[in-house]
Write a protein that binds this ligand. Structure first.
Ligand code: ZN
Length: 65
């Protein structure tokens, strides 16, 4: 059995916008539009929330807790 070509979550699993940590399938992450410009989708993993990592919108630079 080859690992090559194996896909578990489709094209790309959601990953944390700030840290790029890939969310685990059952992880309770948060996915929401940027509260400032609404143009981008912010993804925060439960791990970064726990650590209090701030996120930054790549579009408008909005930084939030
Ligand atoms: Zn924004």
């Amino acid at each position: 059995m080859s690992i090559r070509g194996a896909k578990f979550h489709g094209p790309s699993p959601p990953s944390d916008t700030t840290t790029n940590w890939v969310l685990a399938p059952l992880e309770r992450g948060a996915v929401f539009a940027c509260p400032n410009c609404g143009k981008t989708t912010i993804v925060r993993s439960a791990r970064s929330r726990k650590l209090g990592v701030t996120y930054a919108c790549p579009e408008c630079g909005f930084v939030g807790p």
